[in-house]
Design a protein around this ligand. Structure first.
Ligand code: MLT
Ligand code: MG
Ligand code: ZN
Length: 288
């Protein structure tokens, strides 16, 4: 199994272009940055899938280089965990391909604006993921979605005009977690987690929601009056005590206000004391 983090920040990236909070300033001053959350994964190291597709997606990792055919790419498809803009707008970056597979819940397949546009540029082979039912991918990989919540993107909220959610959509299909296995290694990817789930204890590697460290962080750092929980994100403070002894836990989708994004923060040290870590930006998990 191969896993490469193409980006590990929440919406807006880090630093965020219009933000002068302490976290964004630290990134500018320290000369480091994080792109928005996207993971590349492969069961055999030859064919690859993206988990989500962020707006600042760049497919420049060596594993994703094209060839030997002139337009041959190792990228087979994209698996979406939600229809959020920061997880789906990067689909538009893939429009030059001749065909791409997209896996997501039927709710997300129907609601994602970038997917509607992509269908006009290339052949999109869509596979609805049904919770608990494994889907077989190329390269010996199997993916199973499990429901994690019903938080809709803001553009698809009850009050949003124009984009109606499919009627009768089953509960839990707006946000899912993914269990991926090649038969030897199991990786769970859950970048948006409203409540703890026991699914997050049964894997070799668990990549989980690290958007906020604390519930009131956004208000304290930026004055924006929304809590982590209101945004459907379980704060790290609350998930950290629930981590199980077995799996390797890596937090991703870090908001720019999150102190764990800063290498020297006490919150990062606390994470390490719990045996967890921050997902390594731009790097791969070599030892899977
Ligand atoms: C989220 O991660 O909660 C969403 O991306 C927030 C948003 O873009 O509104
Ligand atoms: Mg987000
Ligand atoms: Zn900021």
């Amino acid at each position: 199994m191969r896993v490469r983090f193409l980006g590990t920040a929440a919406g807006g990236g880090l630093p965020q272009w219009n933000c002068a909070c302490a976290g964004c300033r630290a990134a500018r001053e320290g000369g480091w940055s994080r792109r928005q959350d996207t993971v590349a994964i492969s069961g055999d190291g030859r064919v690859w899938y993206l988990l989500n597709a962020a707006p600042d997606l760049r497919l420049d990792a060596p594993e994703l280089h094209p060839g030997p055919g002139l337009r041959e790419t190792p990228l087979r498809g994209v698996i979406l965990t939600s229809a959020e803009l920061d997880h789906t707008t990067g689909l538009l970056t893939l429009r030059e391909t001749s065909a791409i597979s997209v896996y997501a819940s039927s709710t997300v397949l129907a609601a994602t604006p970038a997917l509607s546009l992509l269908r006009r540029y290339t052949t999109v082979n869509e596979s609805p993921l049904i919770g608990g039912v494994p889907a077989v991918l190329d390269g010996g990989l199997t993916v199973t979605a499990f429901p994690l919540g019903d938080k809709r993107p803001r553009y698809a909220g009850e009050s949003a005009a124009g984009i109606a959610a499919p009627s009768g959509a089953p509960a839990g299909e707006w946000v899912v977690g993914l269990r991926l296995t090649n038969g030897r290694t199991t990786v769970i990817y859950a970048p948006c987690l409203a409540e703890w789930s026991d699914e997050l204890t049964r894997a070799d590697v668990v990549i989980l929601d690290g958007t906020f460290f604390s519930d009131d962080e956004l208000r304290r750092h930026t004055g924006v009056d929304r809590t982590a929980r209101q945004m459907g994100h379980l704060p790290i403070e609350e998930s950290l005590p629930l981590l199980a002894p077995g799996p390797r836990y890596l937090y991703t989708h870090l908001n720019n206000t999150n102190p764990v994004a800063r290498p020297d923060s006490p919150e990062r040290a606390l994470l390490h004391r719990h045996g967890a870590a921050v997902a390594p930006e731009g790097r791969d998990l070599a030892d899977l």
